[in-house]
Ligand binder design. Structure first.
Ligand code: 13P
Length: 252
């Protein structure tokens, strides 16, 4: 059985003091969660977040990782540096990195390989822009991102990857994909994984939805058969909201 996974992507929010408070507030609210719970915090908050969450079911993640082991890459952080901080997950290929920091499928692929090589788990993001959606390219875009992002990775590596489907037009806009649309596109992503890695791997990989997921829509989204979790931006910054998402309710 797959275990669902809800991850918060704090983006560039929260000082260390604010981090301690948010984690402390979250602990009692999410302690009985059925799913995996992850908070992907800014690099500077990793150490305090981990200490605050020690001994609880909250795992700590980062939001990016460089592909090289070390070297002249000003401003970047390596996988072994994250590993040393006992980070469990790292987000790779978020659309904001693709949009503002020239991330390509090739650099995403290199970052994923470096993360896996260091023993980190990866939350690998894919998703179409509004223009791509309106011109009917959604399926093609997510299939290409999936195929190129996972190129050269073996089945063993794939076990440590979670895919997050985040339509760019739904991020931070309050617009959510309908549960059916999200489910349909995730089905396409799963098909792409099956094609490259075989049926069993395609079936077992966890695929999250992200983009304005919130307490009001989480139950419906998590009831969809293809959706195995969520990647939450804005609503992960408030303990009560994130906890309500983590404690989603479905009928199954
Ligand atoms: P929002 O939940 O704020 O739309 O952000 C989604 C996201 O980008 C998570 O990575």
């Amino acid at each position: 059985m797959k275990r669902n996974i809800i991850a918060g992507n704090w983006k560039m929010n929260k000082t260390q003091e604010e981090t301690k408070k948010l984690i402390a507030d979250l602990i009692p609210l999410v302690k009985d969660a059925q799913c995996e719970v992850v908070c992907c915090v800014p690099f500077t908050d990793i150490d305090v977040a981990r200490k605050a969450a020690r001994g609880t079911n909250i795992q700590i993640g980062a939001q990016n990782v460089h592909w090289a082991e070390s070297g002249a890459f000003t401003g970047e952080i390596s996988a072994s540096m994250l590993k040393e901080l006992k980070v469990k997950y790292v987000i790779v290929g978020h659309s904001e990195r693709r949009q503002y920091f020239n991330e390509t499928n090739g650099t995403v692929n290199a970052r994923i390989k470096a993360a896996l090589g260091a023993g980190l788990k990866v939350i690998f993001c894919v998703g179409e822009t509004l223009r791509e959606r309106e011109s009917g390219e959604t399926q093609k875009v997510v299939m290409t991102q999936t195929h190129e992002g996972l190129e050269g990775i073996d089945r063993k590596g794939l076990k440590n990857i979670v895919i997050a489907y985040e339509p760019v037009w739904a991020i931070g806009t309050g617009k959510t994909a309908t549960a059916k649309d999200a489910n349909d596109t995730i089905k396409v992503i799963r098909k792409a994984v099956r094609k490259d890695f075989g049926r069993a791997s395609g079936n077992s990989i966890r695929i999250q939805y992200g983009g304005s997921m919130n307490p009001a829509n989480v139950d419906e989204l998590m009831s969809m058969p293809e959706i195995d979790g969520g990647l939450i931006g804005g609503a992960s910054l408030t303990a009560e909201k994130f906890a309500r998402i983590v404690n989603y309710q479905t009928n199954d």
